[in-house]
Ligand binder design. Structure first.
Ligand code: ADP
Ligand code: MG
Length: 345
């Protein structure tokens, strides 16, 4: 007879590890351009748990926005495609959903906010009406409940002057308030996951700090998952739990935020951190990493960072080190220097 004291015999799984809220793996995305196929993403993978903020960082053009757009299935052209991989959200594979199924997910389960709120707010509609429309469209409230839901959404974005903001057109608001209005719209349907693509790049430093604090607060208060996309490592430390570094369409390192800032492994990550101080706002020029990002029309074989790397070895030209990146580990780097796990260069 089995031991009745064990969880397994009682029909329960012992100490189940909760499945991640978002589980992305092997994601490869191809963009059809006049010059040919841009291999924008190659084998991208990461996980986000509930109540956790991850950062996706890297230079301009490394595939951060394409990662977000591939997850949301909003690629620039109808001919662009996710060629392979999986995007599991709360156990469902988003890549196999119908377009109407995906429309229900967007905004309601997963919301996105962007760098430039003016591109996503309707200039001809009052902010309150725009938020009401989102709430109504997802059937979250209607009739008399709608006004309250709009006010709640604005309050959750820490907007104090709710009536004035709700009654304003976007151009009547400051940049910071517009970004808060966009966050309010994103939060209106209480999404489980928020993807924020460079949400504070256009804002002054004080407003940037407030918005980032707000995002962190929402992660804790709502146990929401957050994907914060940024080219600016300076914004990551106070907001995120873990960091994924992208380079030329690939994830090349991931680590807990403390480990990452204390002991970055990949030579590219080290260069990024070394040049952190030299990063100007909105300008990802890296003074300490000479060279340019490879052309993604024809990505080089082997390690994509090889041509810019001071530690390049023979193996780096032959085999792509990112294929062995292990997302199950606390941290890992897609670099042949670490293939023995020594962590020493
Ligand atoms: N609309 C587009 N058409 C063709 N290529 C694009 C388009 N948008 C981005 N790309 C290419 O896809 C790659 C990834 O871009 P993106 O994800 O926008 O970078 P990031 O957000 O990290 O700055 C880059 O090589 C870029 O040139
Ligand atoms: Mg981008």
């Amino acid at each position: 007879m089995s031991d009745p004291s064990t969880a397994a015999s009682a029909g329960r799984t012992p100490n189940p590890v909760p499945a991640p809220l978002l589980d992305v793996g092997g994601l490869s995305t191809e963009l059809r351009t006049r010059k040919g196929v841009v291999h924008a993403l190659d084998n991208v993978g990461f996980v986000v748990r509930r109540g956790e903020a991850i950062a996706i960082v890297g230079e301009s053009g490394c595939g951060k926005s394409m990662t977000a757009r591939s997850i949301m299935r909003v690629l620039p052209r109808s001919t662009d495609r996710v060629a392979s991989g999986h995007v599991r959200f709360a156990g469902r594979d988003l890549l196999s959903l119908s377009e109407s199924g995906m429309r229900k997910v967007r905004g309601a389960d997963i919301a996105m906010i962007f760098q430039d709120p003016m591109s996503y707010l309707d200039p001809l509609m009052r902010v309150g009406d725009q938020i009401a429309e989102v709430i109504r469209a997802h059937g979250k409230a209607s009739g008399e409940g709608l006004e309250k839901a709009v006010e709640d959404a604005l309050a959750s974005a820490r907007i104090s002057d709710i009536r004035r903001v709700a009654g304003s057109y976007p151009h009547q608001l400051s940049g910071g308030l517009r970004q808060r209005a966009l966050i309010a719209m994103a939060l209106a349907c209480e999404p489980e996951l928020l993807i924020a693509d460079e949400p504070t790049t256009a804002l002054d430093v004080t407003t940037q700090k407030q918005i980032l604090q707000l995002l962190r607060h929402l992660v804790e208060e709502r146990q929401m998952g957050l994907v914060l996309i940024t080219h600016d490592l300076g914004v990551v430390a106070n907001v995120c739990d873990r960091v994924y570094v992208m380079y030329a369409g690939q994830v090349i390192e991931h680590a807990g935020v403390h480990d990452f800032f204390e002991r970055p492994q990949h030579p590219y990550s080290r260069g990024l951190l070394a040049s952190l101080k030299s990063l100007c706002e909105g300008d990802a020029h890296l003074s300490s990493i000479p060279g340019v990002v490879p052309n993604l029309l024809a990505p080089p074989a082997g390690c994509r960072f090889r041509a810019r790397c001071g530690f390049s070895m023979d193996v780096c030209a032959k085999q792509d080190p990112t294929v062995r990146l292990d997302h199950g580990k606390d941290r890992d780097a897609g670099c042949w220097l670490f293939k023995d796990g020594s962590g020493h260069v």
